[in-house]
Design a protein around this ligand. Structure first.
Ligand SMILES: NC(=O)c1ccc[n+]([C@@H]2O[C@H](COP(=O)([O-])OP(=O)(O)OC[C@H]3O[C@@H](n4cnc5c(N)ncnc54)[C@H](O)[C@@H]3O)[C@@H](O)[C@H]2O)c1
Length: 320
């Protein structure tokens, strides 16, 4: 008998079809809408394998509805939607998608850096709204990226890819990480700094840590107050690492140049969120890894794990 696999989204048919060799597959058939929780809890009742996205919370509650569950594949590298301890307790494995989205996400961080520093979205709105009447010296002036100091909090795969790109912009790179990256320091001249020094010295602060109990609220009012008044903060990691209301207050008081945000405490962000009232906030709908090549690679990495499990082989990229 084939193993039962439940997929919480409608993924492209050509990606899913080959898995039918090993699995009896059912899936939520909406591409854009998250599966309602009650439907998900009912759907996992008899499944052995579950393929989820970040929008699905895999926690004690779900596990209590899924007595046969053995494997969860997560279509993301960050796995803050998964209660790893609860899984471990029940002997359920989980996998994620490290590596394949590193460059694409780092590219987007550079996009946010340029967009905020050079006011690109604001300038585009200005043009489309018919406000462009002439050229004048101080029109829509931004701040330079070239030669500025970037401080990266979370110097993992994506953080280091951002740092290498920043070198290409002749930026000075400071970083803070749980452990020193001696090799990267020697090879590229990146400099380790305490969180406090990084916040004080950087013109651009980029957050690239995972979201967990240690990083929740890592950047609050006190930390924002340490930053330069004309600094930019970028978060393409996870919402909840920056305190959004503290960020709003700081921006509103003119104590920061801008913020570039790909992620939010609540996603999708509420349209009446105060941050969206500020023209120096560049807000994106969590598109860090959203290139056709990378989203396909992420799906295919999950397929690789599912195929291995279907064949009775070991899975790789285990979360623990
Ligand atoms: N916006 C997006 O679409 C998108 C795409 C991919 C990844 N992400 C996020 O980016 C995160 C990083 O991805 P990665 O592949 O680089 O992961 P990674 O594990 O390679 O890197 C994370 C780094 O953060 C460091 N770190 C952890 N806690 C820290 C702390 N308190 N202070 C300083 N450093 C700390 C770790 O030591 C590690 O070096 C993911 O967890 C995910 O949440 C977002």
């Amino acid at each position: 008998m084939k193993k039962k696999l439940f997929i919480t989204r409608k993924f492209p048919a050509q990606i899913v079809e080959p898995l039918r060799e090993y699995y009896d597959i059912s899936q939520w058939d909406e591409e854009e809408m998250v599966i309602p929780r009650d439907k998900l809890l009912a759907a996992v009742a008899d499944c052995e394998v579950l393929w989820v996205t970040l929008a699905d919370q895999v926690n004690e509650e779900l596990l209590s509805h899924a007595p046969n569950l053995k494997l969860v594949t997560n279509l993301a590298v960050g796995y803050n939607n998964i209660d790893v301890q609860a899984l471990r307790k029940r002997g359920v494995m989980a996998t994620n998608t490290p590596g394949v989205l590193t460059n694409t996400t780092a590219d987007l961080v550079m996009g946010l850096l340029l967009a905020t520093a050079r006011r690109i979205p604001e300038s585009e709105r200005y043009l489309r709204e018919g406000k462009w009447k002439s050229w004048y010296p101080m029109q829509l002036v931004g701040k330079d990226v070239s030669g500025a100091t970037i401080g990266i909090i979370g110097m993992g795969r994506i953080g280091q890819a951002v740092a290498r790109r920043a070198k290409g912009f002749d930026m000075k790179v400071l970083y803070n990480n749980r452990r020193r990256r001696h090799e990267a320091e020697e090879m590229y001249g990146f400099q380790y700094a305490s969180l406090e020094e990084l916040l004080k010295q950087s013109d651009f602060v980029v957050i690239m840590t995972p979201y967990n109990n240690d990083t929740e609220g890592l950047i609050g009012a006190e930390e924002l107050a340490l930053m330069k008044d004309d600094a930019v903060i970028i978060n393409a990691s996870r919402g909840g690492i920056i305190d959004e209301l503290a960020l709003y207050d700081t921006l509103k008081e003119g104590k920061l140049w801008a913020a570039g945000l790909d992620v939010f405490e609540q996603e999708p962000i509420a349209m009446d969120h105060p941050l969206l009232t500020l023209s120096n906030v560049v807000a994106l709908p969590h598109i860090g890894s959203a290139s056709l090549e990378t989203r396909t690679a992420m799906l295919m990495l999950n397929v690789k794990e599912l195929t291995a499990y279907g064949q009775g082989k070991a899975v790789t990229n285990r979360i623990d």
